[in-house]
Design a protein around this ligand. Sequence first.
Ligand code: HEC
Ligand code: HEC
Length: 411
Amino acid sequence: MSWKINIGIIPALLLLTITPGMSLGHGEDPHHWTEEEITVLGGLSLDALPDKPSVPSNRFADDPGAARLGKEFFFDKTFSGNSQVSCGTCHRPDYAFTDNLPLAHGMGFTARRTMPLAGAAYFPWLFWDGRKDSLWSQALGPIESTVEHGISRTFVIKVILERYRSEYEAVFGGLPGFKGLRKLVARPGLDSPEAYKAWITIPREERENINRVYANFGKAIEAYVRTIIPGPSRFDDYIRAVLDGNDQEAKRLFTPREAEGLRLFIGKAKCTGCHTGPLLTNSDFHNVNVPDREGSFDRGRADGIIAVLSDEFNCLGSYSDAQRRQCGELRFIDTDTEKYAGAFKTPTLRNVADRPPYMHAGQIKTLREVLEFYGRSRNPELGHGGLTKEEIERLEAFLVTLSGPILSLED
Ligand code: HEC
Ligand code: HEC
């Protein structure tokens, strides 16, 4: 997926109001932007966000009934081993759909930090390592993780039969009959011999029915998660003012320091090398050398590639609604595991100031410390060659302007 396509939509007329080739040094008006800079800014605005990509693997992705049902699933703690964990436990709507922990906590502690959800509908790969290729198959992961929801797909079917039968059937059609649901631990996870044995002793046809209903459970959740999107921030208002040539409004919206931070972000600090497009991410995987947590070793994307290719719920699997030719991302996946060792998904920077701590395992506590980390780094992929204290302060001031409301399906 490329954001570059959006740049062309900026009306050429607006560019004429800016003196061509103007370059600004220290002490000059921070609200003056060159033509080239204005083009870049236009591509970062939410106004340039295209429609959500369609989901060939889930024909219910934009079904309003599925989204309402998915929202109920998302917040229902019955889908957990101790009746205390829902998706919303870690993805808290009051905390930009993430939580305030370095490592997420459900039934136990996970090895990574909770990710924000606003704009997730736009990402071809999900999780820090991209081990899922759709939001519906993503949703099936935490359910069977012993440290998250801590239940099985068989347990999910039981809850749907008991509490959601009519709502489920209204969206997905009649439920099949099930015989073997006494074995509520049954799941094919290789981490538990007991659960695996219970799973393979269920007749094959019933296992397939369980998988189908379980996939639909995920498809409803995807329909809901797709409605979670970022709303306009002060940054978007500022860009609009700049594109309109409304200098006065631009000065009202951004302090000189915030504008200088933005100039660094798209310029000398080279942040848009990865944090680009309206969601401030290229949706790709990079190793920016964040130190592992003590005692852990995480290969990131290198392991995610194998996991997504072997996932029974991927775009090419039996429970996907897609034609083979519609699974381009998966079929043409870059399998260079050496290149992706220790690489993690570039996170969106929308609402970033509202949701510390940071990085894939919450290794960094504050935004200031993230910038100090970047400032010290000489990683050639970052390409900025170091940042001064002053530059760090400006970048921080700018990042705070990326906060805005987060929209999602209302009750
Ligand atoms: C115990 C806390 C916890 C629970 C419960 C939980 N999540 Fe997450 N979520 C996480 C963590 C941690 C990650 C990153 C995991 C990783 O990369 O390995 C994540 C990642 C995600 C992502 C990927 C976002 C992206 O940009 O790639 C989505 C979407 C998501 N969760 C949705 C859900 C849904 C839907 C549920 C319920 C079925 C759920 N989560 C339950 C903690 C949780
Ligand atoms: C080479 C690509 C790349 C460049 C360039 C880059 N970043 Fe990042 N950024 C990432 C990746 C990848 C992560 C996640 C790393 C991890 O968790 O291991 C990240 C994480 C972050 C985070 C933490 C967000 C969160 O939710 O945890 C912030 C803030 C951030 N970057 C800001 C910046 C700024 C400011 C710049 C410019 C100085 C910059 N980045 C340059 C790829 C990049």
